[in-house]
Design a protein around this ligand. Structure first.
Ligand code: BES
Ligand code: ZN
Ligand code: ZN
Length: 479
C-alpha cells in the first residue's frame, strides 16, 4: 500500500501540518502571523468548510476545525469525513508527507482523521497506461497526539490496508479475477499477513458433493474453488472457532435467468464483495495478531449461461443432503453460500457470520447507507454487531426473521426452492440460508454498499471494502 501511518513523537519542523483543533480556540502551533490567526478565527466563525488552508511558503497548514466533544460515533465519523477533505486539500498541493497535529488531546479523533485521509487516498490504477502520472503523491501520514500508542497506529495501518485489499479485489474485473485467480490473491494475502489458506479445486469440490457450488459453476468455462482461510494464534481466547463465510461470485450474469442489460450486469464483478470482506478481515486479524481462532470460508465461481448451465426447474442435491428446486438461476448466491454454511458446521463453531451481496431487495430497502442483518445468534450478538457497525460507520440494520417468511420458499418437488415471493426478498434469501445452519449465526447482506457508483468522502468510487472494518471491530470487541 502506498500510504504509511506513523506515530510522530515531535512535530517535524519541515513537514506540512494537518492540525486538528476545536473550533473557536486559538491554534497552539507557533509561527503564525496575527493576520493568519485572525483568518483562522474568522473561518471558524463563518463555518467555512474544512480544512482551512494556509500556505506559509515553507510549509502548508491545514486546519481541521471540529466541535468539542467529537467523542461519540457521529462526531468521530464527522472527523473521518473531514479527513477525506483534508486529503483532497493536501493532494491538491502534491505533498508527499504530512503530519497530523492533535490539539484536541483526543487520540481517537486523531486516529479517525488519519483513517479518513488514508482511506480517501485509495486508487485503483492498474489498467491505466499513465498510472504513474495519476498516482497520488502522498505516501506518509505522521500522527502527533499526546499519549498515542504505536500499537494503535499499527492496528489502524493494518485495517486500512485490509480495506484497500478488499476494494481492489472487488475492483478487479472477471477478465482477471476468475475463481482461481481469486484463490491466488487469497494465498498471496495469507503469506503477507500470516494466515493459512487451503484451496479446494473442482475435483475436491466434486468429491465433497458441494452440489450448490457445482450447479452455479456448470455454465462456466472456468472451474470453481472453495477457499479455507485460517488464523489460529498460539493462545486463542475462544475454544470453538468463529467462522466467517463470504460470497465469492466473481461475476454474476444471472445465468440462464440472464440479468437484463444494459444496467444490472455492469457492476456484477462486485458479487464477490462478501468474500473480499472476509479475506480483508482475515488480513487485519492476522496482521494485528488478534487472540481469536477464526476461519473464513469463501466459495468462488462465476455465474454464466454456458452450454451446461443449471436451469430453472432443476433440482440440486446440496452438500448438506437437502435438495433445492432452482426457479431462478440468478439466485445463485444462496446456492453457493448454502454449501459453505453447511461445511462450517464441521468445525462445531461458536458463531458463524456471513457476508454476501445476496439480494437487490436489501439494496432497495436501505441503499448504501448500511448493511442488512438477520439471524439466529440472539440479541446480544446482534447488539454487539450493531455497536461495531456504529463505531466504524458501517451501520447494521436488523431485519425481522420471523418463521412465517420461511413459507415463501416451500417447494412442491424438493425440500426448498431458491426463489421467494415478490415481497421481503432479502429475508426469504436469509430464510433459505438458515436451512443450512445448525449453530448461532448472523447473515449480513451487503448488496447496498458493496459497490459505490460515486465516491462518498473517504469511501472511494467502486468497491467499498464494506465489511472489513465492521467484522474486524466486532471480533476485536470480543476480546
Ligand atoms: N448478486 C445479486 C444481488 C445484487 C444486486 C448484488 C444488486 C449487488 C447489487 C444476486 O445474485 C441476485 O441476482 N439476486 C436476485 C435474487 C432473485 C432472483 C430472487 C435479486 O436480488 O434480484
Ligand atoms: Zn444473481
Ligand atoms: Zn449474485
Amino acid at each position: 500500500m502506498s500510504i504509511k501511518l506513523k506515530r510522530a513523537t515531535a512535530i517535524p519542523s519541515g513537514d506540512s501540518l494537518v492540525i486538528l483543533m476545536e473550533k473557536g480556540k486559538k491554534p497552539q502551533i507557533t509561527g503564525l502571523s496575527k493576520e493568519q490567526l485572525a483568518y483562522i478565527a474568522n473561518a471558524g466563525k463563518q463555518d467555512a468548510p474544512n480544512p482551512v488552508h494556509i500556505n506559509n511558503y515553507s510549509r502548508h497548514y491545514f486546519f481541521v476545525l471540529t466541535k468539542k466533544g467529537a467523542k461519540d460515533a457521529t462526531g468521530i465519523e464527522a472527523v473521518r469525513r473531514d479527513g477525506a477533505l483534508a486529503f483532497e486539500a493536501v493532494n491538491a498541493e502534491k505533498l508527499s508527507k504530512i503530519t497530523i497535529v492533535d490539539e484536541m488531546g483526543d487520540n481517537d479523533a486523531a486516529l479517525a482523521l488519519a483513517e479518513g485521509m488514508a482511506l480517501a487516498s485509495y486508487q485503483f490504477l492498474k489498467y491505466f497506461k499513465d498510472a504513474k502520472e495519476r498516482k497520488h503523491k502522498l505516501t506518509s501520514i505522521g500522527i502527533h497526539s499526546k499519549g498515542l500508542a504505536t500499537k494503535a497506529v499499527n492496528e489502524l495501518q493494518a485495517l486500512v490496508e485490509a480495506t484497500m485489499h478488499a476494494r481492489t479485489l472487488v475492483n478487479e474485473p472477471v477478465s482477471f479475477l476468475t475463481a482461481r485467480q481469486f484463490s491466488k490473491e487469497m494465498q498471496a494475502l495469507g503469506r503477507a499477513a500470516g494466515f493459512k489458506v487451503e484451496v479446494f479445486n473442482k475435483k475436491k469440490i466434486e468429491t465433497l458433493k458441494m452440489g450448490g457450488l457445482l450447479a452455479v459453476n456448470y455454465g462456466s468455462p472456468e472451474p470453481p474453488t472453495f477457499n479455507i482461510l485460517e488464523w489460529k494464534p498460539t493462545k486463542p481466547k475462544n475454544k470453538k472457532p468463529i467462522i466467517l463465510v463470504g460470497k465469492g461470485v466473481v461475476y454474476d450474469t444471472g445465468g440462464l435467468s440472464l440479468k437484463p442489460t444494459p444496467n444490472s450486469m455492469d457492476i456484477m464483478k462486485c458479487d464477490m464483495g462478501g468474500g473480499a470482506a472476509m479475506v480483508g478481515t482475515m488480513y487485519a486479524l492476522a496482521k494485528n495478531k488478534l487472540p481469536l481462532h477464526v476461519i473464513a470460508l469463501v466459495p468462488a465461481t462465476d455465474n454464466r449461461p454456458g452450454l451446461n448451465a443449471y436451469a430453472p426447474g432443476d433440482v440440486i442435491h446440496m452438500y448438506s443432503g437437502k435438495t433445492v428446486e432452482v426457479l431462478n438461476t440468478d439466485a445463485e448466491g444462496r446456492m453457493i453460500m448454502a454449501d459453505a454454511l453447511a461445511y462450517a458446521s464441521k468445525y462445531n463453531p461458536q458463531l458463524v457470520l456471513d457476508a454476501a451481496t445476496l439480494t437487490g431487495a436489501a439494496a432497495r430497502a436501505i441503499g448504501r447507507q448500511g448493511v442488512v442483518a438477520m439471524g439466529t445468534a440472539g440479541d446480544k450478538v446482534m447488539g454487539d454487531l450493531k455497536t461495531a457497525g456504529s463505531e466504524v460507520h458501517e451501520r447494521v440494520a436488523e431485519f425481522p426473521f420471523w418463521t412465517e417468511y420461511g413459507d415463501d420458499i416451500k417447494s412442491t418437488i424438493a425440500d426448498i426452492k431458491n426463489l421467494g415471493g415478490p415481497e421481503a426478498g432479502a429475508i426469504t434469501a436469509g430464510k433459505f440460508l438458515e436451512h443450512f445452519t445448525d449453530y448461532p449465526w448472523i447473515h449480513v447482506d451487503i448488496a447496498g454498499p458493496a459497490w459505490l457508483d460515486k465516491e462518498d468522502a473517504y469511501r472511494t468510487q467502486g468497491g467499498s471494502g464494506v465489511g472489513v472494518r465492521l467484522f474486524y471491530t466486532f471480533l476485536k470487541n470480543m476480546i
